[in-house]
Write a protein that binds this ligand. Structure first.
Ligand SMILES: *Cc1c(COP(=O)(O)O)cnc(C)c1O
Length: 421
């Protein structure tokens, strides 16, 4: 879960190397994740190819409309990835050089990178030691006159504490961007008596989603921004297409000669109609996918909670995760790498806990800070999850037998890794 390369899915689907003397006979390898793509997606792609219009066009528009309805957002804007979405969100809010953006280091690196794309300074705050979500109290402590945005992640699909974050942000007049890359289908209650609503409505100024194959819904690669602000939405649509005043599609259909102009610096962050056609089919599968993942998460909790010392993810009363990832925390003293190797020897792929950007070489020379300088000690909860967290396989179509096998393996491998088991 720390590497967004498209290779990941294939790698984890390959059988593990096993010697003849292995005490564990080869069982079907269990990948960490596997997208559910069927005949319907293939037919949708073929349909688009036959129309002769393959880049951003009518399918993208339809996907945006359907996505907006699903999450309950007034506006949705499709782009080429969530990384592109995060970049555009910051550009649309006019965050630039010298500005500060409060966010987490403990996230896929694209979160922090987006802040650097606009030459702003990431101000990293720590996360909850159990679910890895941004700590609202630390946001309050990190706000300065230079703070121009708060970039809050719904980590691995678990909603972060939006009501608390928005209370702080609103009182200080700072906009919130939601990195909802993993959180499509997750739900939140904005108050004790408030109804459940989907992440992406959005409650912050802009929410950003990913359609990478490791997420719940995939278009190969792709992303979406949702907002309730019509002016921001207009700007996002221009920014994703070079800042072009008249789109290629409008010019293509025009009966009078139309010339475009370029009002400001834009990008090519378009989604293609081929991707959108896949996304529309995937969206129709989403409710069933989320329901299945929630049932598997309940089963993991039942199977794994008797294991001594193993930390399980917690779901606050006001949040319902889509369980994009199910991860456990190994007990003190257990060797994460030995544990994962022992799991792999049993044909079970795992990933370490979510990474911390500040520990990567790409951040060694970069400008960033915490509430106490460029000090990683201020980020110890995130570091600890990276070091003791282990993501377990969770994919559509996995069986009760698969899950029992995983639970048995966790117990055995904890003993090997020096945890209690
Ligand atoms: C996957 C992910 C991203 C990047 O999404 P892409 O669509 O691959 O660009 C950003 N933030 C978080 C939290 C993610 O998990």
């Amino acid at each position: 879960m720390d590497d967004a390369s498209g290779r990941r899915g294939l790698e984890s689907a390959m059988p593990p190397m096993m010697s003849d003397s292995s005490p564990h006979p080869a069982a079907t390898p269990l990948p960490i994740a596997r997208p559910l793509i069927g005949e319907e997606e293939a037919r949708a792609v073929a349909r688009v190819l036959k129309t002769g219009w393959v880049t951003q066009g009518p399918e993208v528009e339809a996907f945006e409309r359907e996505f907006a309805v699903y999450v309950g957002a007034p506006h949705a804007c499709a782009v080429s990835s969530c990384t592109a979405a995060l970049h555009l969100a910051l550009v649309a809010l006019e965050v630039g050089a010298g500005d500060e953006v409060i966010t987490v280091s403990h996230s896929f690196i694209a979160t922090a990178n987006a802040v650097r794309y606009v030459h702003a300074v990431p101000v990293f705050v720590d996360v909850d030691p159990v679910n890895g979500n941004i700590l609202p109290d630390q946001i309050a402590a990190a706000i300065t006159p230079r703070t121009r945005a708060i970039l809050a992640v719904h980590q691995l699909g678990m909603p972060c504490d939006l009501p608390a974050i928005l209370a702080i942000a609103d009182s200080r007049g700072v906009p919130v961007i939601e990195d909802a890359a993993c959180a499509l289908g997750s739900e939140i209650r904005m108050g004790p008596d408030a109804p459940w609503e989907r992440i992406g409505r959005p409650r912050g100024r802009i929410a950003c989603f990913s359609f990478h194959p490791r997420k719940i819904l995939t278009t190969g690669d792709g992303g979406m921004l949702t907002t309730a602000d019509a002016e921001i939405h207009r700007r996002l649509r221009l920014l994703r297409q070079h800042g072009m005043s008249v789109s290629d599609r409008v010019r293509h259909a025009a009966t009078t000669v139309e010339d475009e102009s370029y009002e400001f610096l834009g990008f090519n962050y378009r989604m293609t109609d081929i991707q959108a056609a896949i996304g529309r089919v995937q969206l129709s599968r989403l409710p069933a996918l989320v329901q299945e993942r929630r049932a598997r998460a309940d089963e993991f909790r039942r199977l794994l909670s008797p294991i001594n010392g193993l930390g399980l993810p917690g779901e606050p009363r006001w949040a319902r995760s889509n369980w994009q990832t199910w991860f456990v925390r190994l007990p003190d003293g257990a060797d994460q790498k030995r544990f994962r190797q022992a799991m792999l020897d049993r044909g079970i792929a795992t990933r370490r806990g979510v990474m911390c950007a500040h520990r990567e070489p790409a951040y060694a020379e970069a400008e960033w800070r915490t509430i106490s300088g460029k000090a990683s000690a201020a980020l110890r909860n995130g570091e600890s999850i990276q070091d003791c967290g282990v993501a377990l396989p969770l994919f559509p179509g996995m069986s009760d037998v698969d899950q029992s096998r995983i639970a048995d393996a966790v117990r055995e491998c904890l003993v090997i890794a020096g945890g209690e088991g």
